[in-house]
Design a protein around this ligand. Structure first.
Ligand SMILES: O=C(O)CCC(=O)C(=O)O
Ligand SMILES: [Fe+2]
Length: 195
């Protein structure tokens, strides 16, 4: 299997725990990424879901859509050729088969995902997740659940690949913070194995 670029070598935070995360810029070329960004924005039937917090419903601050062969998540659409092609690129890097992908559309700096772990029971307790990003560079922050002072950040570039390894979700949380700086559109794909 091809060796992934080390986090520090990619000009990002030094000392990122390599047993938890690996980052690789330019998995896809700038030209391919430009095309995919536009196609995914325009061709995806985006939805804005709601989240319950303190017994109140809030609009999720980003748009989402699920694709894949799982019938576990309501509204999952069948694979498209583009998503299948990206899945085929990331599977050998992750070393596992993915049967679904969650698309996130961050329209501007106001869109975000709050601190969380992806450890729903339908993914098992130690899921491996492959993440591909297009468009606006945004910071992906991680922090230790038990010690928030232990944290790292990686800028996810246009066409980049981030592997969240099996130990990450159990002990760490991640987020894409809102930004006061003007931000253009960003699409993120997280390939997952839904049980
Ligand atoms: O947008 C990202 O890079 C992360 C998305 C994420 O954490 C998720 O969908 O669970
Ligand atoms: Fe996540």
């Amino acid at each position: 299997m091809e060796q992934l670029a080390l986090f520090a070598e990619a000009g990002q935070s030094k000392g990122l725990p390599k047993h938890l995360l690996e980052y690789r810029p330019a998995l896809l070329s700038a030209t391919e990424s430009d095309l995919l960004l536009t196609k995914l924005i325009t061709e995806t039937p985006w939805k804005q879901t709601t989240q319950k917090l303190w017994d109140k419903e809030f609009l999720t601050p980003r748009l989402t859509c699920w694709y894949g062969e799982t019938n576990r998540i309501e509204g999952t659409l069948p694979w498209t050729p583009d998503l299948q092609a990206i899945r085929d690129l990331v599977e050998p890097l992750a070393g596992i088969h993915f049967n679904s992908v969650l698309l996130n559309y961050y329209r501007d700096g106001n869109d975000s995902v709050a601190w969380h772990s992806d450890k729903e029971s339908i993914m098992g307790s130690q899921p491996v997740i492959a993440s591909v990003s297009f468009g606006q560079v945004r910071s992906f922050d991680i922090r230790n659940k038990d010690d928030h002072k232990e944290h790292y950040s990686v800028k996810l570039e246009h066409g980049s690949f981030l592997l969240m390894k099996s130990g990450l979700q159990e002990q760490w949380q991640h987020r894409i913070a809102k930004s006061a700086k003007p931000m253009k559109a960003r699409i993120n794909l997280t390939f997952r194995q839904i049980l």
